[in-house]
Design a protein around this ligand. Sequence first.
Ligand SMILES: *Cc1c(COP(=O)(O)O)cnc(C)c1O
Length: 393
Amino acid sequence: MNRATDPKSIIGDDAPTPPHLDVRALEATTGVLTIDLDAIAENWSRLESRAVPAECAAVVKADAYGCGLPQVTRKLAAAGCKTFFVATLEEAKHAREAAPSAAIYVLDGFFANCGDVFAKFDVRPVIGDLSELAEWDAYRRTSGWKGSAAIHVDTGMNRLGLGINDARGLVPRIQKGDHGITLVMSHLVSAENVHASSNARQAAAFREIASLFSGVPASLANSSGIFLGSQFQFDMVRPGAALYGVNPTPEADTPVRPVVNLKVRVAQIRKIEKGETVGYGGIWTARRPTRLAVVTAGYADGYFRAASGIDGTRSAEAIVAGQRCPIAGRISMDLTAIDITDLPPGAVRRGHFVTLIGDGIGVDELAHHFGTIGYEVLTSLGKRFIRAYRGEA
Ligand SMILES: *Cc1c(COP(=O)(O)O)cnc(C)c1O
């Protein structure tokens, strides 16, 4: 097979076939999602040097934003990351397997009757409610477990977290010592918008709480928060999206490297006449004799329907034979048509791979066409594709 059609040439010879697929599945695959773990580790180092002397943790919830929780956690633990955040207890179990000695926080918090699981995997709930705190305390009292927890204080998000007054009420307990609280944290509402007045307001409210919780490390900033300046960094920062290549500073050039590359296959090349339409609804009309490459990804693969090519609008683009080409017509569940009329005849054939993400098309660019954010692009991607990892630890 030649380079354009052989999945192995994308994955690399040394990369093992993913264990859940046999060799024939590899050769027949309709898409290859490559995740560059070296880029993730480098992004973590860049964020860490931005935040130093604050500790740089890593948020690996939602399968590390779709990039693979075990692989990312192993890689970042090897790179020196000591604290991980996940959303659920199930994710915490996988993070514990990948990072045996790290501190692991569970953002969704503590639920009654789950204490044994927290204890078994030695993971820490992020507690945001007084009755939740009481349940956790009760478990510690009856079990004798000496586990730790974070206290989440709400400073404006109105999602999870203790109110400011409830947090103040915990100060006597903090002063007594032996309280099990190893982190006090809050979360920014609009960190990616440097002009948002909520940023300074939340930082001030959190600064008061952090100083009252003396001796307890404090954490406010997500990826974008790191770039709001040192007064947002406190003792620990909690980046997620920026690790995976989403630009945390949307109004400026990205400070992080791209991580994800998605290549899918050409299932068919076809020629249509001027005036014919393409796909469901006939929303795209050929204005000239047109050549199309129909490729093997659609909205079921996270290639959102909102990026469809509609007459008179700018659609998303794919890279075919090294050139950007626009989407033509409605993106359907499994298939998408690309207008390749401007390519030299024969430049691309059935079975070749084309690039939907990577090689200059970033997740932020696609998110713009999808009408969403890079986070949702990543977490929606490619459950049917082979995954290949670069730089596994
Ligand atoms: C998801 C999450 C983060 C990470 O945010 P990014 O914007 O992806 O960097 C940090 N803190 C909390 C509480 C979160 O829920």
